[in-house]
Design a protein around this ligand. Structure first.
Ligand code: CP3
Length: 368
């Protein structure tokens, strides 16, 4: 489907931005940079807005969600905004009993542990999201109207990461119940993954149709899986989730493009190739695998995103600077590179360090 003429990719507002160029495999004049979790607790203006509110209520308030998405763009001069929301928002909207507990993460009213639990969950009809996602579409279009030529990235959780929360009932270290269900009840697992792909795919598509210029799928907990389990029991559902945005194209000055899709996971060094193969354009790399090695594993033809170690944000500046220069240097081996962290911004990060890091990346890469 071709995006409508007002979409910032179709209108030409964001199609030539550094971020979209790099995501399309073209190396722009300057390496683009944004940070996972750039919107959130590292910013005093975010903490101020959040006083007395619940996370999921804020996600469903279009004015607040758009304002919080814009805060880090105003402050840091990053090359992209990321939509402020959470991976569990579409679960909440389809009718799942889920809350986000401060300092902990998503917690479910009831864990989905058996085939009967899966039947009960999947009886919730994903089609109701078409209407229920209205506040998300509203928030995205408000943010996009303020961002001008800076692209907004839409995102969603990958089916495995969402299923990990659903099956565990909350955050978990090794996701053992999810991995047990995968093998003990393979048919129920397949139903769970297909349903989750539909729910999360609709959330992602709604953001792109409302004006997001790129889409990122977060499979944060896929690093708990073996390559064999990932390929057999997870990758098909991630491909199905991505298929919700894979058909979206734009045409500007007679040049056709597709909405770029980024796929990121933590501890997924063994899975990089598979994570690309499900239909992603760009692979996000965590801090464990250097970018030149990630590029080698990906076959040398895939744009990469990453991978400054978030731990170094709190190290003395010369230590961080040397690390960032090394990341940029290794990133030069790939066709193109978007600088990011290897995971999210830690909540206690000094925001001035992030601002300084953005100008370092722009200065160093412009001089190359
Ligand atoms: O700036 C951005 O990156 C956009 C906003 C964003 C949030 N969550 C806001 C949020 C994004 C992209 C996410 C994705 C997300 N949510 C992931 C994938 C990315 C990753 O970090 O691996 C995951 C696994 C979740 C689930 C989740 N939600 C967790 C683990 C937490 C943190 C728990 C905590 O308090 O440390 C949340 C809550 C959450 N989502 C917060 C924010 C800003 C913190 C809530 C608060 O401010 O109280």
């Amino acid at each position: 489907m071709i995006l409508d003429a007002q979409h910032p990719l179709s209108s030409g507002l964001t199609a030539d931005s550094r971020l979209i160029q790099a995501y399309q495999g073209v190396r722009p004049d300057v390496t683009p940079v944004w940070f996972m979790r750039q919107a959130g607790r590292s910013l005093p203006e975010y903490r101020e807005l959040r006083v007395g509110t619940r996370m999921l209520d804020v996600c469903l308030d279009p004015e607040l969600a758009s304002e919080i998405s814009l805060q880090p763009v105003r402050r840091h001069n990053v090359d992209a905004g990321i939509f402020f929301s959470d991976i569990v928002v579409p679960l909440k909207l389809v009718g799942v009993d889920v809350a986000i507990v401060a300092g902990k993460g998503p917690v479910l009213g009831k864990a989905v542990r058996t085939s009967a639990d899966v039947d009960e969950l999947t009886a919730l009809d994903p089609a109701i999201l078409d209407e229920a996602l209205a506040p998300i579409r509203d928030a995205v279009s408000r943010a996009v109207s303020q961002l001008g030529s800076t692209p907004l990235i839409g995102f969603a959780g990958a089916p495995f990461t969402l299923a990990a929360y659903l099956v565990e009932g909350g955050p978990s270290k090794d996701h053992i119940h999810a991995r047990t269900l995968m093998h003990a009840e393979p048919k129920a697992w397949a139903r769970l993954m297909a349903w989750t792909a539909d729910v999360t795919g609709r959330f992602l598509r709604a953001q792109v149709l409302a004006g997001a210029s790129a889409a990122q799928l977060f499979d944060s907990w896929a690093g708990a899986l073996s390559l064999a389990d990932y390929a057999a029991s997870v990758a098909p559902a991630s491909a199905a989730a991505i298929a919700h945005v894979r058909d979206l194209t734009y045409s500007v000055n007679n040049v056709q493009g597709n909405v770029p899709i980024v796929h990121f996971g933590v501890g997924t060094g063994e899975l990089l190739k598979e994570m690309h193969n499900i239909g992603a354009d760009v692979v996000g790399v965590d801090y464990r695998v250097p970018l030149d090695e990630a590029n080698r594993r990906l076959g040398g033809a895939v744009p990469v995103q990453g991978n400054v170690d978030p731990a170094l944000l709190a190290a003395p500046w010369p230590v961080l600077e040397a690390h960032v220069r090394d990341v940029l240097e290794r990133g030069r081996s790939a066709p193109s590179h978007v600088l990011n962290l290897g995971h999210g911004v830690p909540p206690d990060t000094d925001p001035d360090v992030l601002t300084r890091l953005v100008s370092l990346v722009h200065d160093v890469s412009a001089a190359e």
